[in-house]
Design a protein around this ligand. Structure first.
Ligand code: RFL
Ligand code: PHB
Length: 394
């Protein structure tokens, strides 16, 4: 038997985008149903982003989920770029008057889940086959099966917050959707370890052996990454091999402070730049990774998702409270302008900081010259800093 449910906005995906949208709408009295292919435990366990822009922190405050973030998050006023052992600090506070906050995506997701559950949000987890339909009608719906029953959610709008591999973007006809993509010829091998970080600020390092990043989740938990080949495998990387290679890429002056230990997470992620246009089709809106991917250099993925959601929530709330569709109608155009700027920054920083197999000695010298220019120019450093702390919402 098919069960029919009704809601204002059906949200596909319970990652940070879907959860935050649901919370912002709930705060304004707008009803949602949230559907995910996975369950809560799986979603909370995914180790991903670690750095929040001030705008992201503000959005979480507005949503009412920032108490633990303010207690446990680490404010950072700068970070280092390193090239073959030479280090240049980007003083983001001095250059922009703003800081960023180190607080893991896992924690953001937990905080959002806790509040949505406490407020009685209707979720459907482990849904393998969500299908948005009638997107061009004024009564779209989402069809799916759950625990053996068939469901139809009838709604006004569908929010596609289901990530890069989700169904939402794929339900936009191919003659409407344009996609733009760059796949990088390497991945990031990441580990998590219960040891204090090598430095109290992040270090992004370019070394002849490849990129390395020293990051953290707290004063006692570190997150490190190494550039690796796309066909490499975690089994090739014992902890000992990882630590030895990290020490080489960070350089001896930094490596003396490295506290090593057994890793409790190890994974490889590919790097990709991707944008889908438009981000609206009929009553379907895309937000977050369902519409765009950035390489993780610069820590923009989660922050970009949150910016989309803030703009989408504003449009939807205006629709429901004032019957005013101006911001909803300009959603795709507004967010894409910002998305492309953030794509540019993530691509530029990735291009500067990695070893590309196809680079000639000329391009290697160009990377070094760009680093030397940055190190000597406040204007160039400020440009990096203003992107790192986050561009204005629009
Ligand atoms: P998410 O987090 O991918 O959540 C999407 C949710 O949708 C569900 N889903 C479906 N549900 C129903 N039906 C379907 N057909 C569905 N298909 C998928 C999924 O189960 C999931 O729960 O997207 P969202 O919410 O837009 O959030 C975006 C951020 O997660 C993402 O931008 C960042 O995590 C990107 N990212 C990183 N960003 C950083 O800033 N720093 C990082 O270090 C960093 N590391 C990463 C990352 C993304 C990764 N991915 C996507 C593989 C590392 C990895 C491995
Ligand atoms: C992380 O801590 O996972 C992290 C930090 C900064 C980045 C990417 C990832 O640019």
């Amino acid at each position: 038997m098919t069960k029919t449910l009704k809601t204002s906005v059906c949200i596909i995906g319970a990652g940070p985008s879907g959860l935050l949208l649901s919370q912002l709408l709930a705060n304004a009295g707008v009803d949602t149903i949230v559907i995910d292919r996975q369950d809560r435990e799986y979603i909370e366990g995914r180790i991903r982003a670690g750095v929040l822009e001030q705008g992201t922190v503000q959005a979480l405050e507005e949503a009412g989920v920032a108490d633990r973030l303010h207690r446990e998050g680490l404010p950072h006023e700068g970070f280092d770029l390193a090239f073959d052992g030479d280090r240049h600090r980007i003083d983001i506070m001095a250059l922009t008057g703003k800081s960023v906050t180190v607080y893991g995506q896992t924690e953001v997701t937990k905080d959002l889940f806790d509040k949505r559950f406490a407020e009685g949000q209707q979720f459907f987890f482990n849904v393998p086959d969500a299908q948005p339909t009638d997107l061009k009608s004024d009564r779209p719906s989402v069809h799916f099966t759950h625990e053996g029953d068939t469901y139809v959610v009838e709604c006004d709008y569908i929010a596609g917050c289901d990530g890069f591999h989700g169904v939402s973007r794929k339900s936009i006809p191919s003659d409407v959707l344009r996609t733009f993509e760059r796949v990088y010829p390497f991945g990031w091998l990441g580990i998590m370890v219960e040891k204090p970080p090598v430095s109290h600020e992040l270090i992004y390092a370019n070394h002849a052996n490849g990129f390395a990043l020293a990051s953290m989740r707290s004063n006692t938990r570190s997150r490190y990454y190494l550039q690796c080949d796309l066909d490499d495998h975690v089994d090739n990387w014992s902890d000992d091999r990882f630590w030895a290679e990290l020490a080489v890429r960070l350089g001896p002056e930094t490596a003396v402070n490295l506290q090593t230990g057994p890793s409790f997470e190890k994974s490889i992620a590919p790097l990709r730049s991707f944008v889908a246009e438009p981000m609206r089709y009929g009553q379907l809106f895309l937000a977050g990774d369902s519409a765009h991917i950035v390489p993780p250099t610069g820590a923009k993925g989660l922050n970009l998702a949150v910016a989309d959601v803030r703009i989408l929530a504003r449009g939807l709330i205006e629709h429901y409270t004032n019957n005013e569709d101006r911001h909803l109608d300009s959603y795709s155009e507004t967010v894409l302008k910002r998305v492309w700027k953030v794509e540019r920054f993530s691509w530029q920083l990735s291009t500067l900081m990695h070893q590309f197999p196809e680079n000639s000695p000329f391009e290697q010298r160009m990377q070094r010259a760009e680093f030397d220019y940055l190190a000597a120019s406040e204007a160039a450093s400020r440009s990096i800093a203003e992107n790192y702390v986050g561009l204005p919402l629009e």
